[in-house]
Design a protein around this ligand. Sequence first.
Ligand code: TXA
Ligand code: MG
Length: 370
Amino acid sequence: MQTFYWQLDDKKDNSAVIRQAAYFIRRGEVVAFPTETVYGLGADGLDAEAVKKIYAAKGRPADNPLILHIAACDEIKILAGELNANAKELAARFWPGPLTLVVPKSAAVPSIVSAGLSTVAVRCPSHPVARALIEAAGRPIAAPSANISGRPSPTTGKDVLEDMDGKIACVLDGGPCGIGLESTVVDTTGPLPCILRPGGITYEMLEEVLGAVEIDPALAGAESLRPKAPGMKYRHYAPQAPLYILEGEAGEKLPQMIAHALKANLRVGVLTDERGAAKVKKLFGANSALILKSFGENKKELAAGLFYFLRDFDRQGPDVILATGVDEKGLGLAIMNRMRKAAGQQSLVLRDGRLLLRNGAALPPWLSLE
Ligand code: TXA
Ligand code: MG
C-alpha cells in the first residue's frame, strides 16, 4: 500500500489535507495523526473491520484495548453507559487534554475496540489537528500510539513513517508532540478513581480535583500483580540495546560507568540532563564510542524528548545505553514508568556506596565497578 505523507503547516490552512485524511477514515482506512501526547494510529472507532487494520499494522496483541478519541466532550454519551460523578468531574476539568477515562461501554462500541471488556477508554485530545480530523470524519476515532507494538511511541511524523510506511493510508505530520508521553489513563468505574497509566495529567493534579485517587499497585513494578490496563503488562518502549536507568544517587556514578563501558570496548549511549552532559563531555571529549544526548534541564523537556531519544539510539546502534532518572513527583511518575519499562526494569541504585540492580539481578561484568 502506498502511504501518503502530508506535512502540515500551522501558519496555513490545512483543511483540504485533513478532509482527505478524514475521507480515508470514513472509507475504513488507517491514518496516523498528531496529538498533544504522541502520534495516534486512527481508524473509524465504530467500524470493527477498520479497527482490525490498526491491530494488523501495529502487530498489537488482540487482548489490548484501544482508546476512542472524540472532539466534543459530550460525545462520550454515545460511547459510554451512565457516567458517575468522578468521571463527569474529570472530563469537565481536564478535557480537552491528555487524560483518558475508562468508563462503562455502550452497545455502540464494537467489542474489538474494548478487547472484549465491559469498559471502554475515551479521550478528548486538545491538539488542533486531532480535533479537526475527528470532526471532519464525523465519528469517534479509535487510536493507539502509532508505533509497531513494543517500540517507543512516535512523537514526530518521521518516527511514525519509520514504523508504518507501506502499512497505512497516510501520515499527517503536524510537527513534534508537545507532551511526548501518552495520556494518563484513569479507571473511573470503581469507588475511588484509579490511575492505570501515569501521564501528562499528574497524580497531584488528579488528587487536587478528586481529593483521593489510587494508583494501580502493579505500576510499582511488583511482578506478581497483573496491571489493570492490559497494555501495561507488555515490555514496551524498548530500544534495541540494553538500557540501564541510573536512579537517585546512582546518577553520580555515570562517569565511572561510561569509563567501564568504554574500557570493555562497548559503544555507549548516554542520556542525561544538560549539566550531566557537560560534565561527560569535559571528561571524555570527542569519542566515537560515546553517543551523548542531553535532554535539557527539566522533566518537561525529558518527557517531550524521551521517546525520540530512545528511537534515535536505535538509529545510531550503541551496544548499551545509560540514562539518568528523575524523582517521581509531578511528571516524574510518568517519566520513570516509561523509563523503567523501556529498561525492562533494569534500574541501578546506590546502596551503602555500592551499585546494585534494583530487581536483584546480577550486574553485567563490565559494570562491576570494584
Ligand atoms: O496519549 C495517548 O493515550 C495515545 C494517543 C494516540 O491518544 N494513545 C495511546 O494508546 O497511548 P495505546 O493504545 O498505546 O494505549 C492505551 C492504553 C493501553 O495500556 C490499554 O491497555 C489501556 O489504555 N486501555 C484501553 N482500554 C482500556 C480499558 N477498557 N480498561 C483498561 N485499560 C484500557
Ligand atoms: Mg502504545
